[in-house]
Write a protein that binds this ligand. Structure first.
Ligand code: FES
Length: 103
């Protein structure tokens, strides 16, 4: 059963990504052309913030530390040195508020 939690407002976005804290977990919220997506902010390879990385090909985030890439829509790891995905969370937007499903 979904457990929707409000984590941000649409007007917080000055660019394509913000990082929010939910219960001690840093989560990167991306605003892409077709909607919002949320993945864990911490790279699965080592300690680095994916929200500080570079977005490539409209839905890929490149880790700023060693360059691993992840699918923003699924959290799937796409290139080394990351060999594990990062968690992804369903997102919905309602009345300018952004919710993620943390179930
Ligand atoms: S910390 Fe992200 S690729 Fe190494």
């Amino acid at each position: 059963m979904p457990d929707w939690v409000e984590v941000a407002n649409e007007d917080e976005f000055e660019g394509a990504v913000i990082c929010v804290d939910y219960d001690g977990i840093e989560i990167a919220i991306f605003k892409l052309e077709d909607g919002y997506y949320a993945i864990d902010d911490e790279c699965s390879h080592a300690v680095a913030s994916l929200s500080e990385g570079k977005i490539e090909d409209s839905c890929i985030i490149k880790c700023p530390k060693h360059g691993a890439t992840f699918d923003i829509k699924t959290g799937e790891n796409l290139s080394f040195p990351a060999v594990e995905p990062v968690a992804s969370y369903p997102v919905r937007c309602e009345d300018g508020k952004i919710f993620i499903d943390v179930d």
